[in-house]
Design a binder for this molecule. Structure first.
Ligand code: Z5A
Ligand code: MG
Length: 229
């Protein structure tokens, strides 16, 4: 039987270089093993992905729970094929996954005024609620988080036009990513979490990623873990 492929997720904030580094890692694995697949979430090509695309571009409005469930459903559309490919020896590089799903939704706040006239921000969705729709998805072997400051993001042309691409949102999302990291490190030993300084050059980051993927600390286990289980 073919050795199982490795499942690597690249996460990070806007403009941290996820898509560029995911493409580079995919090409590297393809060249080395001949069996690699590149995935990106949201996958805007499916019927669910088209609804997500309209929401992100502010062409439609959706309830915060409804859009969270659509992002998760967009991953479930691929779950069986991820598992099948990994077991057939294909390595998978994934540009954002369930970690982004939690971070962006749990970072949402409702803003109101206190009786003294101060702005009050309250979370709309709890961390635990945000985790649950992805429970049972194939879990990656490793998450590589590309860490970038707002200053560096700005130097790369700044944030875009989409719904979450604002500095205040990105800072709250970063806080949620830190919480997810702690949760993963403490409770999910099957998933390795690595933070990389994404302000370095493209080539330096690519090299660090290739080194991490070539040396998974315990090798790749035969089984595939499930998210949050
Ligand atoms: N979202 C969600 O809410 N729930 C979910 O479940 C999921 C996602 C999966 C769309 O994401 C939004 O969906 C996103 C989260 C939310 N909202 N936000 N923010 P997306 O993946 O479609 O978009 P994005 O990834 O955030 O934006 P991006 O611009 O594609 O960022 P990137 O992929 O990290 O960067 P890049 O395209 O590789 O690079 C950006 C530019 O910087 C480019 O010109 C590069 O050449 C340059 N670059 C990159 N790295 C470097 C270095 N090291 N040095 C110099 N220049 C660099
Ligand atoms: Mg991208």
């Amino acid at each position: 039987m073919a050795k199982r492929g490795v499942f690597v997720v690249i996460e990070g904030l806007d403009r941290s270089g996820k898509s560029t580094q995911s493409q580079r890692l995919f090409e590297h694995l393809q060249e080395k093993t001949g069996k690699a697949r590149l995935l990106k979430f949201p996958d805007r090509t499916t019927a669910i992905g088209k609804m997500i695309d309209g929401y992100l571009r502010s062409e439609s409005d959706l309830d915060d729970r409804a859009i969270h469930l659509l992002f998760a459903a967009n991953r479930w559309e691929c779950a069986a094929s991820i598992e099948r490919d990994l077991l057939a020896g294909t390595s998978i590089v994934c540009d954002r996954y369930a970690f982004s799903g939690i971070a962006f939704s749990a970072a949402k706040v409702a803003v109101s005024k206190s009786s003294e006239g101060n702005e009050v921000r309250e979370s709309i969705l709890t961390y635990e609620w945000c985790k649950s729709p992805d429970t049972g998805l194939p879990a990656p072997d490793m998450v590589i988080f590309l860490d970038v400051t707002p200053e560096v993001a700005r130097s790369r042309g700044g944030y875009g036009e989409e719904r979450y691409e604002k500095e205040e949102t990105q800072l709250r999302v970063k806080e949620q990513f830190r919480k997810i990291e702690q949760d993963v490190v403490k409770n999910f030993t099957g998933i390795e979490w690595w933070n990389l300084d994404a302000s370095k050059s493209l080539d330096e980051i690519s090299e660090s990623i290739r080194n991490l993927v070539a040396l998974p600390s315990d090798g790749v286990p035969a089984n595939i873990n499930k998210m949050w289980m």
